[in-house]
Design a protein around this ligand. Structure first.
Ligand SMILES: O=c1ccn([C@@H]2O[C@H](COP(=O)(O)O)[C@@H](O)[C@H]2O)c(=O)[nH]1
Length: 281
């Protein structure tokens, strides 16, 4: 997680801007007389340029590129490289999770071939579905790692993740603790996805993972705010990266005007709200 932590400290920002480009929501001028993947590519590239001063990193949602076929995946690969050139570490929000050999193939694809720093991973299949990602990240030595789904932000998450004893979220947190320890690192290289919409679960996960880096979605469009963020903070007010996508990408729909300026303004506002609340990484 070194790449993310260093970028967040350098920028003084705990904000991760999410790229979730939905073709039908792009500004009409961009959509006109263009293939979807071209419009998505230009939109995402321009948003990255606009938010780079305010963002610690970028989280790219793979689903929105996979749905565009091979050209979409080519655009994804180009955006990963361009973000890295802008100094923005990339989190591939791929939510992969399969047995060891298949996991190794996913890890090679996303970390080595496409070049993301971090990948989100589903822990349901156990440690061997996660470990190959950590091994690939360590081999590459670029300060990357994995974010394991622990307490997700969606409405029905609790009904599944908190239903058993011990809760699935606790088992996932223990997996993160077991896999992530690397001597001499500020943060272990396995982190946890914990939604800002789940403050109660977040507090419990933080007790189990006092040093881990959290990737916290749900801020903005899903209704999460600063009170949800506070529940996730580590002892010194740190250890959390807040991810927000639609509230930044589509800020132009409410604010009007140029989509790049609207995205920059929304990202700057979020970074400042997080700073004012004392959130640091
Ligand atoms: O628990 C989770 C894990 C991942 N996500 C993903 O984050 C973004 C959220 O987008 P917003 O527009 O900021 O709501 C999206 O890619 C999800 O797939 C999540 O929401 N919750």
């Amino acid at each position: 997680m070194r790449a993310l932590v260093e970028a967040a400290r350098r920028k003084g920002s705990a904000l991760v801007v999410g790229l979730d480009p939905v073709p039908d929501r792009l500004p009409p001028g961009l959509r006109a007389e263009r293939e979807k993947h071209e419009a998505v590519r230009e939109f995402c590239r321009s948003v990255l340029e606009a938010v780079v001063p305010y963002a610690a990193a970028v989280k790219i949602q793979l689903a929105h590129f996979e749905r565009l076929g091979p050209e979409g995946m080519r655009a994804y690969g180009e955006l990963v490289r361009e973000a890295a050139d802008m100094g923005l570490p990339v989190i591939a929000d791929a939510k992969r999770g399969d047995i060891a050999e298949t996991a190794a193939a996913y890890a090679e694809a996303h970390l080595r071939l496409y070049g993301a720093h971090c990948v989100t991973v589903n822990p349901y299949m156990g440690a061997d579905a996660v470990l190959p990602f950590l091994e690939e990240a360590r081999r590459l030595g670029r300060g990357g790692g994995v974010f394991v789904l622990v307490a997700t932000s969606n409405p029905s998450a609790g009904a599944f993740q908190e239903a058993s004893e011990p809760p699935a979220s606790e088992l996932a947190a223990r997996l993160v603790a077991d896999l992530g320890e690397v001597r001499g690192c500020d943060y272990p290289d396995a982190g946890a996805v914990v939604g800002v919409t789940r403050p109660e679960a977040g507090r419990r996960v933080r007790e189990l993972l006092p040093r881990a880096l959290f990737l916290a979605p749900g801020f903005g469009a899903q209704g999460g705010g600063i009170s949800g963020v506070r529940a996730l903070l580590g002892g010194s007010g740190g250890g959390v990266l807040i991810a927000s996508s639609r509230a930044i990408l589509y800020a132009f729909e409410e604010r009007g005007g140029d989509y790049r300026e609207a995205a920059a303004e929304a990202a700057r506002g979020m970074r400042d709200r997080l700073r004012t609340a004392g959130v640091k990484v």
